[in-house]
Design a protein around this ligand. Sequence first.
Ligand SMILES: Cc1ncc(COP(=O)(O)O)c(C=O)c1O
Length: 300
Amino acid sequence: MASELPGGWVLMNGVPMRPEQATVSVFDRGFLYGDSVFETMRAYRGVVLDLDAHLERLRISANALAMVLSADAATLKAEVQLGTKLAGPGDWMVRVISTRGLGPIALDPATASGGSRIVMVLPLSVPPPERYERGIVASILPKFGPGRWGVENAPKSGNYLHAVMATRTLRELGADEALFIDSEGNVVEGATSNLFWVARGSLRTPPPHPQILAGIAQRAVLECAQELGFRVELQAPSPSELLGADEVFISSSLREMLAVVAIDGAPIGQGVPGPYYRRLLDRYRQRTERCVSEEEQRAR
Ligand SMILES: Cc1ncc(COP(=O)(O)O)c(C=O)c1O
């Protein structure tokens, strides 16, 4: 079993170890209830892109769940940087998880103590280059599981069963990504991505919403769109608006941007990645290169 675990490093409450040595207690509420918050980031040449923004979102997610993180942002940042240093200067998937801690089998969060914090630096698994050239196919699915949170944007909590089950359905459908409909019948986000669509000369993405995660890559794409002078509108499409769009694409910190060229078997636009996607992906990668080089200069 241990030999199937990936290479890389894990820090458990600040202590570095190999992934096969990293275990949590069965009384950890992250394990028992998904009572945890997390971030998934991408390291390029050993530099985590937008690390501060991710750690800030982790804090916002914890606040939304009235959870106290067991370390401040500076400590978490130092632990992430130690993890990537140990792992080496490659591209990595970096995950930070913070749980409410250990406790008896009881729902009351007040019974928890000693939050666990885990930093994982693991081999990156992203789609091959041809997917960026040819696009992916998606399927529109209802969103089960965690509903509306009483906050502006959904926290990134450990409870991802809705996405796990949607991914199972996707496998059966032969699709790559689920696009979720909210309770009002609008398409609001992907299983692990944010949604963009182009219609009537505007780039569109759903506005902040208590069922949607505010994506760090989504923010970067919007920054790129502004630099390119694109008209941007915050709007969630109905399924028929999405199917009639000129272009659809998704963003995530791990996968950057991927064009959706068909939804439930119907082609989007010309059925190939379109000009907005291409120009934005180019700009996104230039931004990444700029941010990573600046960080490398600072570290020298
Ligand atoms: C539900 C959901 N929406 C959006 C995203 C994309 O967020 P980010 O750009 O911060 O990676 C993710 C990433 O995992 C996600 O799980």
